[in-house]
Design a protein around this ligand. Structure first.
Ligand SMILES: C[S@@+](CC[C@H](N)C(=O)[O-])C[C@H]1O[C@@H](n2cnc3c(N)ncnc32)[C@H](O)[C@@H]1O
Length: 485
């Protein structure tokens, strides 16, 4: 049995959802005290690496370890593009070619559905579609949230005093420490320069009795409109105009038709112990929203106003493609009248984007979502895209759905990572629905839920992973289930 601090040598077998490499060695025990292989998760290990690792966390047959020596690097390894790789907590797999990353993600989804979902390999093969990947897997994000951290200095009496402000991304597994980002290949080429400009500006701000919290930079991929939102906690604000001037100066030089400053916000979070947090959003300049366009490839271009707090799928190019895929699976573009009379439920609808993408060919769409600001956005989004047959309900799907009755033809679910509650699957199964489209961002919960759907009489018709978050371990999957009614 190993203990913390012990070192072993081994070979990384594969990568897993969560990003780490995995190796298996002797020395574990199961719940009955019987010897078993120990599964060791190694951050930054690539499949095929021979490494010496040191344990920093151990349970009976699971352990976490860090690489202390690279004995023989894997032949699959490539030079990561970004100098902050594995330091900033963003990308986890830049050391593999994009093709190899796609292979790992596809295998992860396939094996989860077999292992946890109990789906027969051949049956899965028959409905499996190759992963929907990006032609150019760089600069794809439409939103970045950078965090601030303040270093600690010491005065002449060795007393702690506040040091300088840093801005970047949180290092993996660390709550406070940030990696000071100077380049990022997931957002826009100018982002490193912009953060440097912010770094030059920070020391010019006089003490204001509060904390810089985060800087959110968003850009409509289809419009080039940029929204900047600086979040601070508490304090007496004295820097609004100098912040605005700094941002404007940057975009006067770095802006273009592809990147045009549209909106600058300052959000002050009033956080007083024992009181409810209060968010005060001030528009310093420009429009209260930025616009994003989604081209669904069927002649329909949707426009969304995006307010500072509103959710939008972070990869617009892939969102356009998988929304178009959902439309295809829904069979809405078929010409026959019954197909156009469909009643649809868009569950976990966020700002209503999926429902809005389907509404023009449906009889009606009901969107259900827990987050009320998202639903406010959804209502505006529906209106400005000319959608009049969509209704939105704020509430927990598990509570609201049973009250909506059984008359529905198509249900789309896009739940958070935890997946669907058993009762939600049971309620869906008790309706007259013939098709369910499941959009998942977690292969493990997808597999668990599919097992229940299949036991309830649904048939698996279509499974396609979608790469929305290139160079990270995240993977989206779109699934179609059907049954005869
Ligand atoms: C993955 S997002 C889907 C967003 C949307 N479908 C889209 O494409 O932009 C999941 C959504 O589920 C919502 N949510 C989480 N738990 C919920 C619940 N119990 N009932 C209803 N909505 C919930 C979240 O607020 C979030 O907007």
């Amino acid at each position: 049995m190993y203990k913390k601090g012990d070192k072993i040598i081994g070979k990384i077998e594969k990568l897993v959802f969560g990003g780490a490499g995995v190796m298996r060695v002797d020395g574990g025990i199961d719940g009955n005290g019987v010897a078993r292989r120990l599964t060791v998760f190694v951050e930054g290990g690539a499949p095929g690496d021979e490494v010496e690792v040191e344990f920093f966390s151990l349970k009976r047959n699971l352990a976490m370890a860090r690489i202390v020596k690279m004995i023989k690097p894997s032949e699959q390894r490539i030079e990561p593009r970004c100098k902050h790789f594995l330091k900033c907590g963003g990308c986890s797999w830049q050391f593999l070619s994009y093709q190899d990353q796609l292979k790992v993600k596809s295998e992860e989804v396939f094996e989860s559905l077999v292992r946890t979902g109990g789906i027969d390999r051949e049956a899965l093969d028959a409905v499996w579609k190759p992963i929907l990947f990006m032609e150019d897997p760089w600069y794809y994000r439409n939103k970045m949230e950078f965090s601030f951290n303040r270093t600690v200095d010491y005065d002449e009496r060795e007393q702690k005093i506040p040091g300088t402000w840093q801005i970047g991304l949180h290092m993996k597994g660390r709550y406070y420490d940030v990696c000071e980002i100077e380049e990022c290949y997931l957002f826009r080429p100018w982002i490193g320069e912009f953060l440097n400009k912010v770094r030059e500006w920070l020391p010019t701000v006089a003490e204001f009795g509060g904390q810089f919290s985060s800087l959110i930079v968003r850009r409509g991929t289809g419009t080039g409109e940029v929204m900047i939102n600086l979040l601070v906690e508490n304090g007496e604000l004295n820097f609004e105009q100098s912040f605005l001037k700094m941002v404007e100066e940057f975009f006067a030089v770095s802006g273009s038709e592809q990147d045009k400053l549209t909106s600058v916000f300052l959000t002050q979070i009033i956080n007083i112990k024992g009181q409810r947090k209060e968010w005060r959003e001030t528009l310093l300049w420009g429009a209260p929203v930025f616009k994003e366009k989604l081209n669904l490839g069927n002649g329909r271009i949707l426009t969304f106003d995006v307010a500072p707090q509103a959710f939008l799928q972070p990869n617009t190019v892939q969102a356009e493609r998988f929304y178009a895929l959902i439309r295809e699976l829904a069979g809405l573009d078929q010409k026959t009248e019954p197909e156009r009379q469909k009643k649809i439920f868009d569950l976990y609808c966020g700002t209503g984007t999926i429902g809005i993408a389907l509404a023009d060919k449906a009889a009606s769409v009901v969107g259900i979502e827990l987050n009320s600001p998202a639903v406010e956005n959804a209502r505006i989004n529906a209106e400005q895209n000319g959608v009049k047959n969509m209704e939105f309900i704020v509430g927990d799907v598990a509570r609201v759905l049973p009250e909506r009755g059984a008359e529905v033809d198509l249900v789309v679910v896009d739940p958070p990572r935890a997946g669907l509650h058993n009762s939600v699957i049971a309620t869906i199964a008790a309706t007259r629905v013939a098709r369910v489209i499941y959009v998942s961002c977690n292969p493990a919960t997808l597999a668990r839920d599919l097992k229940i759907f299949l036991a309830a009489g649904f048939t698996l018709e279509f499974v396609q992973p979608v790469d929305q978050f290139c160079h990270t371990y995240h993977v989206e999957t779109v699934v179609l289930l059907s049954r005869a009614i």
